[in-house]
Write a protein that binds this ligand. Sequence first.
Ligand code: 13P
Ligand code: SF4
Length: 337
Amino acid sequence: MNAAANLSTSVAELRAKLAPLGQDAYDLETCERYASMVEEINDLKRKRRAVVLAHNYQRPEIFEVADFTGDSLELARRAREVEDAEVIVFCGVHFMAETAKVLNPERTVLLPDMKAGCSLADSVTAEALAERKEELKALYPDLRVVSYVNTTADVKALSDACCTSSNAVKVVEAIDSENILFVPDRNLANYVQSKTRKRIISWDGNCYVHHQINPEEIARVRDSIPGIQVLAHPECRRDVLKLADAVLSTSAMISYAKNSAAEKFLIVTECGLSDRLLMEVPDKRFFKTCKLCQYMKMITLEGTLDSLRHMRHEITLDESVRDGARRALARMLELSA
Ligand code: 13P
Ligand code: SF4
């Protein structure tokens, strides 16, 4: 990936790209403002030798300045391939920027807003994990800890391997133990348990965005739109996943929708993904359960520009934490290769 690969965007181009999302949110004045910020960001990217990595849940205008947009696994992989870049601006949440830093200790990693955290990542601390691990080791000497990437670097450092929504089953199946402590998402742990004969011991965490989605709203849409395909994220509750045609990571939902013969889809995850689909797959119809992640939406074009102008806010990590987290991430990439 080359630094500053994006070209500047004209107002007309930007309006055309954002049109599927409705003219109200992206009127002429807004598009003019965004186009000038996009240009300034692209200039600064060249000057700073910076790349912008963005998660699929980001605001649509952020996609305009991103050198790469993807799910957590793709972003972790891309973070290792930034070649000539000196700076990575991460448009996502704190644990994702930390992962980029773990994989790029020599580069400057910036997060436009330090308040962009994750309530799921906050549901497990390194202290609580260390205590639980010790208790369980006494019962299951072969215990291994698999932590979802939605965790802090010090939790990753205490784990045997990390996983993402797209490779959780693969990592659990490949790891050398029959007993796995899976942290912190209970819904994802339940999903993994439904796919493996190994013992999965779950943590009591959930993503507030996905956990609030209920089966009644899925059933209502399914009943009213014949032929609709339901694509759900594995962070959803078990009773919601039961109603899905496919359980997929965010990027896998995009590929599925593009390649499927179906024309109508209900996207059961954070709203940003439906926005991406509306822009990228204009010939199909997407319905959404529309839940917003307040943390993902803290990242704005203004904040990204500010971050590059003033080189803030920098992610720093203690070396021992970084080494431990790097080991767990490397194990994930190896087990799911
Ligand atoms: P993926 O994009 O890896 O499916 O993860 C979704 C998510 O919850 C990120 O916070
Ligand atoms: Fe965290 Fe959920 Fe937001 Fe992802 S969607 S960042 S898991 S709160």
